[in-house]
Design a protein around this ligand. Structure first.
Ligand code: AMP
Length: 367
């Protein structure tokens, strides 16, 4: 396990005038790079050689320096890791970053300072720990079924290895569960090894909202929570083929029964629901500080479904920047109520790092 002391040692030797903000060129990298540049940082993109043209295509958001690789496994090569340290790089972890590097390597091999609390990624990565966190926070969660034989109502079935909702399905009985599961394996939509550990939840009906929060150590701009401040920056709704299933009407086309996330849409909630949205964020931060101090730092998001009869149900927490924030490189309808300038989540991260440098407290925001 890479210790906080080790990271603090590296960061104490960084040239504070030449810090570079880095990440893997994927997920929310364009937004992260643009935000960092807006705050005067140089940027460092770890990029698959075959994807470089994508980032070259956006002159204002492309990284100043590319570290080109052919395979994500190369990131853990000691020469490349050394190069990041020599370039004073602070890594911003995003969804694909965790996926490509793997949580075990992040814990044990990847010794580059990352923005936020490294322990958070472990709590996010395990369904068991995540549930414990959200339960202790007192949030309303979907009922969990421990075995397909318990299914007595409409359920939603997920798999750990399946990425971004791929292969997820609904079932109303144990029989339907096995029928659908076997069909998906046969069609190659699910791999047999991914299907062995299904996560069966109550199917929650309602409207999906994904609020994006930022917990700051320094800026007194949001709600006061313990020693820090919680800002609510924006909100999105994911786009999945199931959302467009009406297009096959009057027939029901099976390919539309697919929950794979393909994009994001902008959304806001009724103002009367903002109290719930803020309270959920406060509880998530507060509990994280008890469970894995210093708790969650920086950006995070809750995946929620709202129904007027049941309120908000939270079915997941993303403990880092989410791709839904890509909708707002120049600020969202909510960020305008907090900042005088257009602030994206990427830029907000850069502001926090800048403030930490100014206060000579960089070790408080990296691990
Ligand atoms: P996830 O990978 O957990 O974010 O889930 C992907 C998608 O599946 C979500 O965006 C929702 O559309 C849907 N989903 C996940 N959990 C549930 C649930 N318990 N009830 C209904 N829909 C769900």
């Amino acid at each position: 396990m890479i210790s906080k002391n080790e990271i603090d040692h590296y960061i104490s030797n960084y040239d504070l005038k030449n810090i570079q903000i880095g990440t893997i060129c994927s997920h929310s990298a364009l937004q992260i790079f643009l935000g960092a540049k807006q705050e005067g940082f140089k940027t460092f993109g770890i990029c698959l050689r075959k994807k470089q043209f994508v980032y070259e295509a956006f002159p204002l958001a492309k990284p100043d320096n590319f570290m080109l690789i052919d395979d994500y496994e190369e990131i853990l090569d000691s020469t490349l890791l050394r190069k990041m340290i020599d370039n004073n790089v602070i890594i911003i972890p995003h969804g694909s970053f965790v996926e490509y590097i793997g949580s075990k390597s992040l814990e044990n091999t990847f010794f580059i300072p990352i923005f936020g609390n490294r322990k958070t990624l472990e709590w996010e990565g395990s369904r068991k720990l995540q549930r414990l966190w959200l339960e202790k926070a007192g949030l309303k969660l979907p009922v969990v079924y421990n075995n397909p034989s318990e299914i007595d109502d409409k359920v939603f079935v997920k798999f750990s290895g399946a990425k971004g909702g791929k292969g997820f399905f609904t079932a109303n009985s144990e029989k339907e569960f096995y029928e659908k599961l076997n069909k998906k394996i046969k069609k190659g939509i699910l791999r047999k090894e991914d299907s062995t550990n299904p996560f069966i939840q109550e199917f929650v009906s309602g409207v999906r909202y994904y609020p994006h929060y930022f917990y700051s150590q320094f800026k007194n701009l949001g709600l006061s929570v313990r020693e820090g401040f919680l800002e609510f920056l924006s909100m999105d709704k994911r786009v999945e083929p199931i959302d467009e299933s009406y297009r096959g009407l009057p027939d029901s086309l099976e390919d539309f029964y697919d929950y794979t996330v393909t994009g994001n849409q902008s959304i806001i909630v009724r103002e009367s629901l903002l109290s719930d949205v803020l309270e959920m964020g406060v509880k998530t931060v507060d509990t994280s500080i008890n469970l894995f101090p210093p708790g969650i730092l920086g950006p995070f998001s809750l995946e929620t479904i709202y129904h007027p009869n049941k309120g908000f149900t939270v079915f997941e927490v993303s403990a880092r920047i989410v791709a839904g924030t890509n909708l707002y490189p120049h600020g969202s309808p909510y960020s305008f109520y907090t900042f005088k300038k257009p602030i994206s989540m990427g830029r907000r991260i850069a502001i926090e790092i800048k403030e930490a440098i100014r206060k000579k407290a960089l070790e408080r925001v990296v691990s």
